[in-house]
Ligand binder design. Structure first.
Ligand SMILES: Cc1cc2nc3c(=O)[nH]c(=O)nc-3n(C[C@H](O)[C@H](O)[C@H](O)COP(=O)(O)OP(=O)(O)OC[C@H]3O[C@@H](n4cnc5c(N)ncnc54)[C@H](O)[C@@H]3O)c2cc1C
Length: 397
C-alpha cells in the first residue's frame, strides 16, 4: 500500500534516510526534529556497502561520493611498534565483491546529502513530548501544544528515544565502561605524518584508536576509545583537552600521538548501548536506528543499520495493505540482524582491547594468518555484514 502518512520523530541519519526511502516508495513522510537546525556532530562516519547500496537505490550515492573518501585498505596496527597486523584490500575489493563502495564521510556532509535528496515535509523546532494512539491513526504531541497525526509513527529519535519509552518504559542505557575521544586532524598535517588512505585501527591494552580521511581528504577523522569509570555520566558529549587525550595514549606509537598533537580540539563521548529489545512495534508505532538498536561503535555499523532499517520499513509498508501487519513484518526482518550487530560490537571491544601478553600474541597470530592464507579473501563476517541487500532480497513474511 502506498500513500501512507508516516510520522518520523527525529531527523538524524536514520530519520532522514528513512524519509528519503518512504518518499520514493510513494508515501508521505512528515519529519519532526526537535533542533532548530539540521546538524550532525563534526566527526566522521564509515559506511559499508550494505549502506551505500541503499543510498544508490535512492539516487543519493553519486553526490555523496563527491564528498567522501574511499579507503585503499583496512589495516590493523599494533599500538606500540606500529607493525601492521593485517592489511586487507578494501574499497576496490569490496566494490568488486559486493557491487558498492565503502565510504568514509564527514557527518555534516552525509546529513546535508540526505537533506538535499528529500523534498518532503520537515518540521524543525518540533519536539515530540508524547504519542497518542487512536483507532486507525497515531499522533505525535509536540511541545508547542500541536498534535501531528499520521497512519504510522516511527521513533528515529536516538538512544534516549521518547518513542521507545512509550513502548518499553524508561530504562537507562548501559554504560560501556568506555569513552571515545573524537578529533579532526587537518588532512595536510596527517599526510605529512605519513598516515595512509586506509581505515586504520590500532589495537592496544584496554584501548584502541581508529583513523580515516573524510571530506575529500580535508580532515583525518580519529576516534580514541579508552576506559572511563562512568562516574556521573548517563550521557554526555563534551569538549576535551588535547593534553588529556595525549595522556591516555602515552607510550603509543608516535604516529598516533602525532595525529592527536596536530588536532586543534577534541571532543569526549560516553559510549552507551542497550540490550536488544523484545519488540519494536506495537499497533501503528515502531522504532528505527539508535532508538531501536543502539550499539557501541566497534563495528562502525550503527548508522549503516539505520539506513538499512529505513529501506526495509518502506518496503514492508509498500508491500502490505495493513499498516500494523507491515510494522510487525518490518520488525521481524530487522530484529535478528541488528541484535547481531549489537552483540558483535560488544565482542569487538574484547578483541581490540586485550591486555594479557599471551592472549595478545595468540590474537595477533590469528589475525595475520587469516590474511596470509588468502589476502584477497572476503572474510565471513564481511560477507554477512556487507552482502545483506535490503533493496533486492526477498523479505521474510
Ligand atoms: C564515536 C562513534 C563513532 C561511530 N562511528 C560509526 C561509523 O563509523 N559507522 C556507523 O554506521 N555508525 C557509527 N556510529 C553510530 C552512529 O553514529 C549512530 O548509530 C547513528 O548516528 C544513529 O542515528 P539515528 O538517526 O538513529 O539517531 P541520532 O543520530 O541520535 O538522531 C536522533 C535525532 O532525533 C532527534 N530527537 C531526539 N528526541 C527527539 C524528540 N523528542 N522530538 C524530535 N526530535 C528528537 C535528535 O535531535 C536527533 O536529530 C558511531 C557512533 C559513535 C558514538
Amino acid at each position: 500500500m502506498s500513500g501512507l502518512k508516516v510520522i518520523l520523530v527525529g531527523a538524524g541519519i536514520g530519520g532522514l534516510s528513512a524519509a528519503n526511502a518512504l518518499l520514493r516508495g510513494g508515501h508521505t513522510p512528515i519529519v519532526l526534529e526537535q533542533a532548530t537546525a539540521l546538524g550532525e556532530v563534526g566527526a566522521g562516519v564509515q559506511l559499508g556497502p550494505n549502506a551505500t547500496r541503499v543510498l544508490q537505490a535512492m539516487d543519493l550515492l553519486d553526490p555523496l561520493m563527491a564528498r567522501a573518501v574511499t579507503p585503499e585498505a583496512a589495516m590493523i596496527f599494533s599500538y606500540k611498534s606500529g607493525e601492521a597486523l593485517r592489511k586487507v584490500a578494501f574499497a576496490d575489493a569490496l566494490k568488486s565483491t559486493f557491487g558498492f563502495p565503502y565510504l568514509h564521510m564527514y557527518r555534516p556532509d552525509l546529513l546535508d546529502g540526505l537533506a538535499h535528496g528529500y523534498d518532503g515535509d520537515l518540521h524543525l523546532d518540533a519536539k515530540t513530548i508524547g504519542i497518542v494512539e487512536e483507532p486507525g491513526r497515531v499522533g505525535a504531541r509536540l511541545d508547542n501544544g500541536d498534535t501531528i497525526w499520521g497512519d504510522v509513527l516511527v521513533g528515529c529519535d536516538g538512544i534516549h528515544s521518547i518513542v521507545r519509552k512509550h513502548l518499553h518504559g524508561d530504562t537507562p542505557a548501559n554504560f560501556s565502561g568506555n569513552m571515545a575521544w573524537r578529533g579532526l586532524c587537518p588532512g595536510d598535517a596527517a599526510r605529512k605524518i605519513g598516515v595512509p588512505v586506509v581505515s586504520g585501527n590500532w589495537w592496544g591494552p584496554h584501548r584502541h584508536f581508529v583513523h580515516y580521511y573524510v571530506a575529500g581528504g580535508w580532515y583525518l577523522n580519529w576516534v580514541g576509545v579508552t576506559p572511563h569509570d562512568g562516574s556521573a555520566i548517563e550521557s554526555w558529549s563534551a569538549a576535551g583537552e588535547i593534553a588529556d587525550a595525549l595522556h591516555d595514549y602515552a607510550g603509543w606509537n608516535q604516529q598516533v600521538t602525532d595525529i592527536i598533537s596536530e588536532t586543534p580540539r577534541a571532543m569526549k563521548w560516553a559510549l552507551h548501548d542497550r540490550d536488544p529489545l523484545p519488540f519494536w512495534s506495537r499497533g501503528r508505532v515502531t522504532l528505527l536506528g539508535d532508538a531501536a538498536h543502539p550499539m557501541v561503535p566497534f563495528m562502525a555499523q550503527g548508522a549503516a543499520q539505520s539506513v538499512e532499517d529505513g529501506y526495509v520499513l518502506m518496503r514492508c509498508l509498500t508491500e502490505s495493505d495493513d499498516a500494523e501487519a507491515a510494522l510487525s513484518r518490518y520488525e521481524c526482518n530487522r530484529l535478528e540482524r541488528t541484535a547481531w550487530g549489537q552483540a558483535g560490537s560488544r565482542k569487538n571491544e574484547r578483541l581490540f582491547h586485550m591486555a594479557d601478553p599471551k592472549e595478545v600474541a595468540a590474537r595477533n597470530a590469528r589475525v595475520q594468518q587469516d590474511v596470509d592464507s588468502n589476502p584477497q579473501a572476503v572474510l565471513p563476517e564481511q560477507s554477512r555484514l556487507f552482502g545483506y541487500d535490503p533493496v533486492n532480497d526477498a523479505l521474510a513474511d
